[in-house]
Design a protein around this ligand. Structure first.
Ligand SMILES: Nc1nc2c(ncn2[C@@H]2O[C@H](COP(=O)(O)OP(=O)(O)O)[C@@H](O)[C@H]2O)c(=O)[nH]1
Ligand SMILES: [Mg+2]
Length: 378
């Protein structure tokens, strides 16, 4: 393949990947590809003076433009996550920074002040205590005296609290994959389902959404709109207040007939008490298992990142009521705290699969702990 073709291949690849998904691993691979192209270009630069052919010079300039474009697209993605998390970075993490950096001595007062900031930032009592204890131990062990280093150790500890395994949704090829989405009212379930459906239809998958939130007519209209926008098929109840179990059954039946790749089920966020919640989810789970047999499927709890410790209480309750496979934390664009990301992962030992950083269709990001911590700590 010619150099020019190769470089356009890289460019096309980068653009498609940015549109289809924000997969950080792919970006890393592309980064290597760009480096390779750049080093080739550098080699050519040294030969440039010897090149007398004007056609070659024009080609060379074009190559340079393409590379600049690739670099700008890349920069755009990274700064965009940083931009989206602007509130957390300026709130929670700025206070942490201010508490630690510039201190002449590392003493109990620093730990006390830090404890206060962490608790105020929705990190929760249990997780905060764990962070402070680990920090004290590490500072002693590593004989750290300098506040810059304390900040780096804290960042390391906080990153290690977030599970970094199984962050990807389990989607198997050549079979029907079910994603059950649960959570209380208003946390962003329907919006997240719309974004997810769009991501999968963009990847060429056939997606069917089941509108099992049958309690409000407006809820059905809202999911209908998202289905339309994302190009997914919607299965709903013909009457208001219909049986959610029946919708789940009809959705799976339709998915089977149409050989759908992905079934996403939207549920109602009614939360009277744990017994009711358990009974409702149990019924839905029984219908799913009857249809798809003994295969794994995702049950994702959506948590509103702006609701503080309430989110952690919901996570504990749903975790007792059903078998959750992971979390989606929404509205992280709108919180100056965002400590829930750390406490939920650390307390329940389940992965965060996605984060919501806005109301638009593209505002759903695959969660990557390293990327998240980098975006808010720096
Ligand atoms: N800023 C922001 N708003 C969001 C996000 N996700 C959802 N929302 C908004 O939260 C509100 C409730 O969302 P909805 O999907 O209806 O919640 P549901 O009741 O759980 O289905 C809507 O106004 C959404 O636009 C997000 O990541 N960021
Ligand atoms: Mg809804």
């Amino acid at each position: 393949m010619s150099f020019f073709k190769k470089i356009f291949g890289v460019k096309k690849n980068v653009e498609e990947n940015y549109q289809a998904s924000n997969d950080i691993k792919k970006i890393e691979i592309e980064e290597q590809a760009i480096e390779l192209v750049e080093s080739t270009l550098n080699e050519e630069t040294s030969n440039e003076e010897t090149s007398k052919n004007s056609k070659e010079i024009i080609e060379f300039e074009e190559k340079k433009e393409v590379i600049t474009e690739i670099k700008n697209t890349k920069k755009g993605f990274f700064s965009s996550l940083k931009d989206k998390l602007f509130n957390s970075r300026e709130g929670l993490f700025k206070s942490i920074k201010a508490t630690i950096l510039g201190r002449a001595i590392i003493d109990n007062r620093m730990y006390e002040e830090l404890e206060e900031v962490l608790i105020q930032s929705d990190i929760g009592m249990e997780t905060t205590i764990k962070i402070i204890e680990t920090l004290e131990k590490e500072i002693d062990k590593r004989k750290i005296k300098n506040s810059d280093e304390v900040y780096l150790v804290l960042k390391e500890i906080m990153e290690s609290l977030i599970l970094s395994e199984n962050n990807e949704l389990k989607i198997f090829p050549d079979r029907m994959n079910v994603i059950l989405v649960v959570g209380v009212n208003g946390v962003g379930k329907t919006t997240t389902i719309g974004k997810l459906a769009s991501k999968y239809t963009n990847e060429g998958k056939k997606v069917i959404i089941g509108a099992a939130d049958t309690f409000r007519a407006a809820a059905v209209e809202q999911i209908e709109e998202w289905a339309k926008r994302s190009g997914a098929t919607l299965v709903k109840s013909e009457k208001d207040g219909g049986d959610p179990g029946a919708v789940v059954f009809d959705t799976l039946k339709r998915a089977e007939e149409e050989r759908a790749d992905i079934v996403i089920i939207d549920t109602a966020g009614r939360l009277h008490n744990k017994i009711n919640l358990m009974a409702e989810l149990e019924k839905i789970n029984t219908i799913i298992k009857k249809k798809i047999g003994d295969v794994e499927y995702e049950t994702l709890l959506v948590i509103d990142g702006t609701t503080g410790q309430n989110g952690l209480i919901q996570a504990k309750l749903f975790n007792e009521a059903t078998k959750l496979t992971g979390f989606i934390i929404t509205k992280l664009d709108g919180t100056a705290k965002g400590g829930i990301v750390f406490s939920v992962s650390e307390t329940l030992k389940k992965p965060i699969k996605y984060i919501g950083v806005g109301e638009k269709i593209e505002d759903l990001r695959e969660f990557n702990s390293k990327e998240y911590v980098e975006a808010i700590f720096n």
